[in-house]
Design a protein around this ligand. Structure first.
Ligand SMILES: [Zn+2]
Length: 174
């Protein structure tokens, strides 16, 4: 929780003023891309939004999108983990086919697995997700499967405090 004193905001959890906090942290690639050999990466493809990687004769398809977490102390504002999910070939094809389709936002969500390790006490890789399309020009967003028991899933469902956002900033930036 946050208390306001004059025009200064003071955190009621720790008494500090949390200012200049980043509200987006992103992974540049799926973790498996970073672990892949240079030969595998050369045969694959990585853009800002999509990734293709063949490992052991099997093709893997990835999409990047925000895992948005509401900020309880700042209604309407969100913190986002910009993360990668793996999708089936059928799902990624469907999204690619409709990338510029004005009706894209009304497409049903597709299933994906989270593919980045984020700084939580429990592993975040392989959390089940639902990838929701939005209108053209806006990347799809990632809804974590609400029935998965995980701190990150609970944070997306319930939101986080400014104090927690400060902790996340510290966990990422040191
Ligand atoms: Zn605090």
């Amino acid at each position: 929780m946050v208390g306001q004193r004059g025009n200064e905001w003071q955190c009621e959890t720790c008494g500090h003023q949390h200012q200049g906090l980043a509200t987006v942290f992103g992974a540049q690639a799926p973790d498996v891309w970073l672990q892949a050999t240079s030969t595998e990466r050369e045969a694959g493809e990585l853009t800002g939004d999509m990734c293709l990687l063949e490992v052991g004769g099997e093709r893997h398809y990835f999409l990047r999108g925000p895992v948005e977490i509401p900020l309880i102390d700042a209604p309407g504002e969100v913190f986002s983990w910009s993360a990668w999910v793996s999708l089936s070939q059928e799902s990624i094809q469907k999204i690619a086919d409709h990338w510029d389709d004005p009706a894209r936002a009304s497409m049903p969500p597709v299933f994906g697995w989270l593919c980045n390790e984020l700084p939580y006490d429990q592993p975040t890789t392989s959390i089940a997700t639902h990838v929701h399309n939005r209108e053209p020009g806006v990347v799809p967003y990632i809804e974590l499967d609400p029935f998965t028991d995980h701190p990150l899933v609970r944070e997306q469902a319930s939101g986080i405090s400014l104090h927690r956002l400060a902790e996340i900033n510290k966990a990422v930036m040191g």
